[in-house]
Design a protein around this ligand. Structure first.
Ligand code: PMV
Length: 329
């Protein structure tokens, strides 16, 4: 019976080149490719147990039983896993995060990467990494990037079969850190699933999309050559393009707060003084400050002292999704 249960962990990721907007929102086929780094210090751990006695799926997150949209999203995802396996049994899903949900830290990425691996294993599907990445993508686009290890590129593909993520370099390849500067830990009012559908309403969207292949190439090159100045330039440019599209959408999406701007302003100033730092912001107000590891102590102290900063979480590059051994009960 223990073959029906599995536990997996996965890390969230920070996109150096962003995913924003879908070509097909049902299949979460993105408008462009994207590139990210997994975050070792933050983790989701998820157990899935398929049980013939259940009359519906159930899901608890950080010990709190979930209903509504949160349960529906997990249950819809499990429907796809059941369809792949040709089974109809319901599951209990228990998940825990080591970091605040809904704070622009892409909890859905680690959540669906861990859920994809744990549910596939529990139901008896042996999927290669590429197919696990595709499966995770159906739950949350960026989740496909949390399946492979280290520095990862999502190949946008033409269809479901061709849209998955691959490792470009392992986590130990480059000693970078992500200092996640939390200025507001609250749930964001517009989640990314709703946000993606607004991208096409921005007159800047097609310009952003047209520039992504060149930025992806620079990013790949920067990581492979460990060229921090090239990385800093392309990471900030790409984050700014995404927020320009968000702000010019109809209705506009403005995720930055005054405190976000203060952090961004200081990161610019410190880089101008010669420090190897750059900033990127996802669908929330918090700022990811990417830096060479040797800058961490200096930068962390200064970031913590800025007005509006509530906490700073530091992460090294992380591994991909993996199974956790369990005791047989
Ligand atoms: O995977 P989603 O639907 O939560 O989208 C993530 C979108 C961003 O975090 C803003 C950008 C990215 O590439 O991670």
């Amino acid at each position: 019976m223990n073959a029906r249960q599995a536990t997996a962990t996965a890390h969230p990721n920070i996109a150096f080149i962003k995913y924003w907007g879908n070509r097909d929102s049902r299949l979460r086929l993105p408008l462009t490719g994207s590139f990210s780094m997994n975050l070792a210090a933050l983790e989701t751990c998820t157990s899935v147990c398929f049980d013939e006695d259940l009359v519906a799926d159930c899901f608890d997150l950080n010990g709190v039983e979930q209903g509504g949209e949160s349960l529906t999203r997990v249950s819809r995802f499990l429907d796809q896993v059941r369809a792949l396996a040709g089974q109809s049994v319901y599951a209990r899903v228990s998940s825990a995060n080591t970091f605040p949900s809904g704070a622009g830290i892409a909890s859905s990425a680690s959540a669906f990467a861990a859920l994809a691996l744990a549910s596939a294993k529990a139901i008896g599907l042996a999927l290669p990494e590429k197919d696990l990445s595709r499966l995770a993508r159906l739950g949350s686009g960026s989740a496909c990037r949390s399946v492979p290890t280290g520095f990862v590129e999502w190949l946008p593909g033409e269809d479901d079969a061709g849209s998955y993520a691959v490792t470009i370099a392992p986590p130990e390849y480059w000693d970078l850190v992500d200092m996640i500067v939390v200025v507001d830990p609250r749930e964001k009012p517009v989640g990314s699933t709703a946000g993606h559908s607004l991208a096409q309403t921005s007159p800047l969207n097609s310009l952003r999309v047209a520039g992504v292949p060149a930025r992806l190439e620079s990013c790949r090159q920067a990581v492979l050559a460990r060229d921090f100045s090239l990385l800093a330039e392309v990471v900030e440019l790409d984050s700014n393009w995404m927020h320009a599209v968000m702000r010019t959408s109809n209705p506009p999406l403005v995720y930055w707060s005054v405190d976000t701007e203060v952090v961004l302003w200081h990161v610019q100033a410190w880089r101008a003084q010669g420090h190897a730092l750059c900033a990127s912001v996802d669908a929330g107000p918090n700022v990811h400050v990417i830096a060479l590891a040797e800058e961490q102590a200096w930068a962390e102290e200064r970031l913590r002292a800025l007005p509006g900063v509530q906490r700073v979480m530091v992460s090294q590059p992380g591994e991909g999704a993996r199974l956790v051994e369990q005791e047989v009960k």
